[in-house]
Unconditional design. Structure first.
Length: 134
C-alpha cells in the first residue's frame, strides 16, 4: 500500500485488531456483523482512519485499519468497542439480553498488532546495515 503524506510526515500504519465477545459467547449474527461494519467504518472515518477489511465469527471479529498517526490506539479501540456495543445492545436487545443480563458485549481485552511492509527481521537488517557516522 502506498504511504500517506501529511504536511510534515509520510506514514503507513496498519493495525490488525481482534475484538472478542464477553465470555466468548457465540452471539454475533450476520445482521450484527453488518451493523458493526457500518459503525466501525463511521468511527474510523471520524478518526481520519480507514477500515480496510472486516469479518469475523460468532464470538469475535477482525478489523484491518489504516491508521492516521494522530490517533491514540487505545482510545480508538475504546471508541470502536463502546459505540458498537451501545448500538448493538439497542438494535438487538432481545437477542443480546438472552445471553447478557448486564450492559456488556465485548470482552475487556483485545488483540492488536501492527502489520504490513516488511518482516521485523528484514527491518532490523536494514537498520543494522546503515552507514554509521565515523
Amino acid at each position: 500500500m502506498k504511504p500517506h503524506k501529511g504536511s510534515h510526515s509520510v506514514y503507513s500504519i496498519h493495525l490488525h485488531l481482534v475484538l472478542v465477545t464477553k465470555y466468548r459467547k457465540k452471539i454475533i449474527t450476520s445482521d450484527m456483523m453488518r451493523v458493526m461494519s457500518e459503525v466501525f467504518q463511521r468511527i474510523c472515518k471520524t478518526k481520519k482512519s480507514t477500515m480496510l477489511e472486516f469479518d469475523g465469527e460468532s464470538d469475535h471479529c477482525h478489523l484491518l485499519i489504516d491508521l492516521h498517526p494522530d490517533n491514540n490506539i487505545s482510545q480508538l479501540v475504546a471508541s470502536l468497542k463502546s459505540a458498537s456495543s451501545r448500538i448493538l445492545r439497542k438494535e438487538f436487545a432481545e437477542e443480546i439480553n438472552k445471553v447478557y443480563w448486564k450492559p456488556v458485549f465485548w470482552s475487556g481485552s483485545y488483540y492488536i498488532s501492527s502489520s504490513g511492509g516488511v518482516t521485523i527481521e528484514r527491518l532490523r537488517k536494514y537498520i543494522d546495515e546503515q552507514d554509521s557516522p565515523s
